[in-house]
Design a protein around this ligand. Structure first.
Ligand SMILES: [Zn+2]
Length: 193
């Protein structure tokens, strides 16, 4: 565990211990999955986790956010950065922030771009599972959501794939796809306990 200001960098095997120590003071009912797009894997260098998070924060401040948007950032080497306090509402998905917690996975997981490393995959699966367990939530497409499932303009979940104004986040190749059916077929079985 290393810290710089509010940013706390954890190994995957430190995350559960950290999480168990947290006092959660708000109702959290959904876990958001995102990819950062930029930074992508090519921007990741050995030990630049803090620099990447600080530069994301700078960019988010420029967009008028109070601080870095996400509660957690994950990296290709499997490390996890605690960013925005778990008890502070994130700025992740319009319409899904109030009871949400936001995970930004560093990379561009659209088809043809970054290939997720096994360590990264492990961390995303394990930390999602640990969060669900700590929050008392059952794994489903209601408790874990992809940014792509929400209309960016309306701030509402889309009713049917291919409708509304959406972004591809967390990527058209995130665990095999960014749609609800692909979540249910690919990601859900991994996070079920
Ligand atoms: Zn997103």
């Amino acid at each position: 565990m290393k810290a710089q200001g509010k940013f706390i960098l954890l190994e995957l095997n430190e995350f559960e211990g950290w999480l168990n120590m947290q006092v959660i003071t708000r109702k959290i009912s959904l876990v958001q999955q995102h990819h950062t797009y930029v930074p992508a894997y090519k921007h990741v260098k050995k030990e630049n986790h803090f620099d990447l998070c600080k530069s994301m924060e700078k960019e988010h401040l420029g967009r008028g956010f109070a601080e870095i948007a996400q509660n957690f950032t994950t990296f290709p080497d499997g490390k996890i950065m605690v960013c925005r306090n778990i008890n502070t509402v994130p700025a992740g998905i319009k319409g899904a922030n109030f009871n949400g917690i936001c995970i930004e996975n560093v990379g561009n997981f659209d088809i043809g771009n970054d290939i997720m490393t096994p360590a990264h995959r492990d961390t995303i699966v394990s930390m999602t599972r640990m969060l669900l367990s700590r929050l008392g939530l059952n794994a489903s497409d209601k408790s874990v959501v992809y940014h792509h499932w929400y209309d960016l303009t309306l701030g509402k979940r889309i009713k049917r794939e291919g409708t509304g104004t959406t972004k591809s986040c967390p990527g058209t190749n995130f665990f095999g796809g960014n749609t609800v059916p692909s979540f249910n077929a690919n990601f859900l079985p991994l996070i079920r306990t």
